[in-house]
Design a protein around this ligand. Structure first.
Ligand code: AHR
Length: 653
């Protein structure tokens, strides 16, 4: 399948090319200037400012099959037969057809299970029999995962198609290599009205595998109409329309504080017609018509607005809701004024869906959808990357931002509003979203980016950022630059209140992904964290709540630091990133404390080469090593390994 790239993807390609240039050259340079007498002096009793409590979070969108074929646990690809009239139909669905079963398919454009899906697939068997059943095969998202002794939830909408009914409909998971049925369930014969049939199927004592497909068959002659066949494995927190357990656990380990949703380009769409219309993503699955993702494939919208919010709820994090602001990736925009007003109204209704009580119109709809309790919402972002808008329709004093901001502030004065670029005029954002996709060298050179930025203007949300090295996921050189950059975010977290790496996810099947690198990789059965992921885990896990005065002297130019504390628990966190190929001997002096316990924790992420990485085949090549040490003190010397990211967790009296 050839994927269409979004309209400004050229920038991305340039960044990827730039990232492919040698990082090692830059790293090698550092070795020469290193003199081995580094000292880090920490003034424990001199906190500079609070660490933003929301500093590290997640950014998400439907890219690289992040949801369909990723986090959203549905196993059947194209369950709404979107490709029914396209040549690509048979790339997803295949007929299980032979001379004995006489299977054929057609599309019934008149009959569907809902107004969102007003059509159905008509499966006809002329000669099927229990010994020669036939039907349709679905490959899943590059395989269907099978685990032993596991219960799957299956469902399908069926309606009889005429006089001859082929009887019960079977759904099975079949092994590609052996043809063996791993689990199956049989639904009753379809009746004259549309009905959703649900059931469970269970695997037995089978080996774990992903080399499987889903088969839907009938065993007698006749015709039946179907739509929305669905199959779910166990999900996180047993949510019905839920998420992959392994990926949720990987996110939880990052200790994120927020989720920026639903994009990214996915919020905007390629054209004005493709905008993220949240109203078509809520309610029953059968009421969601699906919509095009700008990343070249149709989104099932199984991950709809409520599912995003439940994702936040399951991880105990807050949503950062991005509302569509009238700009598309093809550089078209809705002019501010009356033409934009319906979109502003839509954003207000979206906020009401998220936060309103059940006595409000959209709060009641959320309750109908299964979630009566309102969600907490503090931040709303207006648009995405509107600096690409050549007409500057966003940033003027009567621009798109101002129109949204005025209306949202009037209705929801407590919300903090995020702009996607600096804006002019009286209506100022509370926060501006900065994006950085950079080479390792660019990040290493710019760790002081926010040191001198004015504290008088809006706060900063680094809503998308990544070091662009490694494919499909970042390598260790990228992780080092990421970590160096994060020391700067932490030191400046009075200004930088939130930051989220992007993209978060990639299905690493080459047909599935449109962007590299991505933080977490997976196929249908396995997942792994990249070295950059583990850098995020370390920074998120050992954060502290106040930045402490510190001074680094005598270190090589590729040594970076950040020091925070939690005065309540008497804990000091010292982060040292040594991005150099040479060891960094460093003496740590902790002043202003009554004493420092000898026993503490040292966490290290290290590799011998910047090109070292993790993968599906070698998921734990580079993982943090956590050691309890007994040599900490007020003055302590330690040699930090070449190419290493380190956290010292010390207990201070
Ligand atoms: O993260 C990938 C893309 O990069 C996002 O969709 C977009 O906001 C940015 O250009």
């Amino acid at each position: 399948m050839k994927f269409r790239l979004p309209f400004h993807a050229g920038l991305t390609s340039a960044a990827v090319l730039a990232a492919a240039m040698t990082v090692t050259g830059a790293f090698a340079q550092s070795a020469a200037s290193h003199n081995g007498s580094a000292e880090l002096t920490v003034q424990y009793d001199h906190p500079l400012h609070a660490v933003s409590p929301t500093l590290y979070g997640l950014m998400t969108e439907e890219i690289n099959h992040s949801y369909d074929g990723g986090l959203y646990a549905e196993l059947i690809q194209d369950r709404t037969f979107f490709h029914r009239e396209h040549h690509s139909f048979h790339k997803v669905w295949e007929l299980d057809q032979n001379a004995e079963n006489g299977i054929s398919i057609g599309v019934d454009d008149e009959t569907g299970p809902s107004s969102a899906l007003p059509y159905s697939l008509k499966l006809t068997a002329t000669k099927a029999s229990p010994s020669d059943p036939g039907g349709l095969d679905n490959p899943g998202y590059w395989g269907v995962p099978v685990w032993p002794d596991t219960t799957y939830r299956a469902s399908i909408y069926l309606k009889s198609a005429g006089a001859e009914n082929p009887g019960p409909v079977t759904m099975a998971i079949v092994n590609q290599s052996t043809g063996k049925v791993m689990a199956s369930v049989t639904f009753p014969a379809a009746g004259p009205e549309w009905k959703q049939y649900t059931a469970t199927m269970r695997t037995g004592d089978v080996a774990e595998s992903e080399d499987n497909f889903v088969r839907i068959t009938v065993s007698y002659p006749g015709s039946v109409l179907m739509n929305v066949p669905s199959l779910f494995p166990p999900t996180y927190e047993n949510q019905k329309n839920g998420d992959r357990i392994d990926l949720m656990k990987r996110m939880a380990a990052m200790h994120p504080k927020f989720l920026r949703l639903p994009g990214g380009n996915y919020l905007e769409g390629n054209t004005l017609a493709d905008w993220y219309d949240w109203k078509i993503t809520i309610g029953r699955i059968v009421d969601r018509p699906t919509h095009p993702s700008p990343w070249g494939y149709q989104s099932s919208d199984g991950m709809g607005l409520l599912e995003y919010l439940e994702w936040c709820e399951d991880l105990h994090i807050q949503p950062v809701l991005a509302v569509y602001a009238g700009y598309a990736l093809d550089h078209q925009h809705i002019p501010p004024g009356p033409e934009l007003a319906p979109y502003v109204k839509d954003a207000l209704e979206e906020i009401q869906y998220v936060t309103g009580s059940t006595s409000t119109k959209w709060g009641a709809v959320r309750a109908r959808d299964g979630h009566p309790a309102p969600f907490q919402l503090k931040y709303v972002e207006i648009g995405n990357e509107d600096f690409f808008d050549p007409s500057h329709s966003y940033s003027g004093s009567h621009g798109r931002f101002a129109q949204f901001a005025r209306a949202i502030r009037k209705a929801y004065p407590k919300l903090q509003l995020i702009a996607t670029m600096p804006v002019k005029g009286d209506v100022q954002p509370d926060v501006v979203d900065d994006h950085f996709y950079r080479t390792p060298q660019q990040f290493l050179d710019d760790t002081h980016h926010y040191d001198k930025v004015s504290r008088k203007g809006p706060k900063i949300f680094v809503g998308e950022w990544a070091t662009m090295e490694g494919s499909p996921t970042p390598d260790f050189g990228a992780a080092l630059s990421d970590a160096a950059w994060m020391t700067g975010l932490e030191r400046n977290s009075d200004l930088v209140i939130m930051a989220s790496y992007a993209p978060l996810f990639a299905n690493v099947n080459p047909m599935a992904s449109q962007w590299v690198p991505d933080l977490i990789g997976y196929d249908s059965l396995h997942s792994y964290g990249s070295p950059s992921y583990y850098a995020q885990v370390m920074f998120g896990s050992y954060l502290g709540n106040q930045v402490v005065a510190s001074k680094l002297t005598g270190a090589g130019p590729l040594c970076f630091e950040s020091v925070t504390r939690d005065a309540g628990t008497h804990t000091l966190y010292v982060k040292i990133v040594n991005a150099s190929p040479k060891a960094e001997p460093l003496t740590l002096h902790i002043k202003g404390a009554g004493g420092v316990d000898r026993s503490g924790t040292l966490v290290t992420l290290q590799a011998d080469s910047t090109h070292a990485t993790n993968s599906i085949a070698d998921p734990r090549n580079i993982v943090p090593e956590t050691r309890t040490v007994s040599w900490f003190g007020a003055d302590v010397q330690h040699t930090f390994a070449p190419y290493s990211i380190n956290v010292l967790k010390l207990h201070v009296q």
